[in-house]
Design a protein around this ligand. Structure first.
Ligand SMILES: [Zn+2]
Ligand SMILES: [Zn+2]
Length: 336
């Protein structure tokens, strides 16, 4: 099968992914083989390709927002059948036995495995997956529009849920940075009754944010941060400096969620300005399967609209460098 393989991590501009012919992955009794229709391009893929994250597998095929159809099925799999359209997300496997798995926090399992990181992912014609960790998807949505739901959407939802555990109508939720995850989270937050206040560097990104239901938008650097009076905030921009901006912009008692797998250094914090007043800041690590189910149900109910720029499999390097350069409007996806 054709795949884009990461031989040696390096800058996206140097095309670290190589177009190659590799064997179709084998599946076990609990596995399925999925013929890939589309695979979202997530910022985590960029961190993996550029070597910001440690290598977990040599000659890796990245990609963890996979939409496709089941073409082969292990003998222990009963919940799916051949031909089903499914989504294969980032969380590939958890141990099921540790303190985290046993307390509804499988996202924190230290043994967990990841699609497109510890194991091969969806920048390819076929991907294998564990049937317990995939989700049936509706037939109504084109595959490239469903792809961003599978990580960008789910992780944004988990961040929102943790930052705003009880959304009251009109709660002001700050969204710092506006890419693939934020463009879905703005819609969800608005549908759930919050007022999404978006802060981003890119003026064209703010225009899209307004189209998708943002209540207010600000160019970063121009906003009076304490004046934003946010109840809580989510920092999607992978920048430590922005975490401090968000802390400055929330009201006493508010929270800042950081759904990033990698972040540059957070500058020194000023206790009075950034943290006093019972402000909280926390990271968001992956997601549980419940988060995924809840988000996918919301996505269908609210008809969340993905804005997607598509690339061919061979152009996966270009997708990564466009993502890095900030030129993607909404999300990026590889369409097979
Ligand atoms: Zn575990
Ligand atoms: Zn992702």
């Amino acid at each position: 099968m054709k795949a884009m393989v990461l031989r040696t991590p390096g800058p996206a501009e140097s095309s670290p992914l190589v177009h190659a012919d590799v064997g179709i992955p084998a599946i076990g009794d609990g596995g399925v083989l999925v013929k890939v229709e589309a695979c979202g391009v997530c910022r985590t893929d960029l961190h993996i390709a550029e070597g910001d994250l440690p290598v977990m597998k040599e000659n890796l095929i990245p990609g963890h927002e996979v939409v496709g159809r089941i073409v082969d099925i292990g003998r222990d799999v009963h919940a799916f059948k051949k031909g089903d359209r499914v989504g294969v997300p980032w969380l590939r496997w958890t141990c099921g036995k540790c303190e985290f798995c046993l307390s509804g926090r499988e996202n924190l399992c230290r043994e967990k495995r990841f699609t497109g990181y510890s194991d091969d992912g969806g920048y390819s014609e076929f991907v294998s997956a564990n049937a317990d960790y995939i989700f049936k998807l509706s037939e109504s949505l084109p595959p490239e529009l469903a792809a961003p739901y599978l990580c960008s959407g789910i992780i944004g939802y988990r961040a929102f849920k943790l930052a705003c555990p009880s959304v009251r109508d009109g709660a002001r939720i700050g969204i710092f940075g506006f890419g693939g995850s934020a463009h879905l989270t703005v819609q969800l937050a608005s549908k759930l009754g919050a007022r999404a206040v978006v802060v981003s560097r890119g003026k064209e990104h703010l225009e899209l944010a307004r189209d998708l239901g943002a209540y207010e938008t600000y160019v970063s650097g121009e906003a009076d941060l304490p004046g934003l009076r946010l109840d809580s905030a989510i920092v999607f921009a992978p920048s430590g400096r922005v975490v401090l901006q968000a802390l400055e912009a929330i009201k006493p008692g508010g929270s800042v969620a950081v759904p990033a797998i990698h972040m540059d250094a957070i500058p020194e914090m000023d206790y009075a300005r950034h943290l006093f007043g019972e402000k909280k800041v926390f990271s968001v690590e992956a997601n549980t399967r419940s988060d995924a189910r809840e988000f996918l149900a919301y996505a269908e109910r609210f008809k969340l609209k993905s804005i997607v720029e598509t690339f061919s499999l061979e152009d996966a390097n270009m997708a990564l460098s466009s993502l890095k350069g900030g030129s993607i409007r909404g999300a990026a996806a590889i369409k097979l």
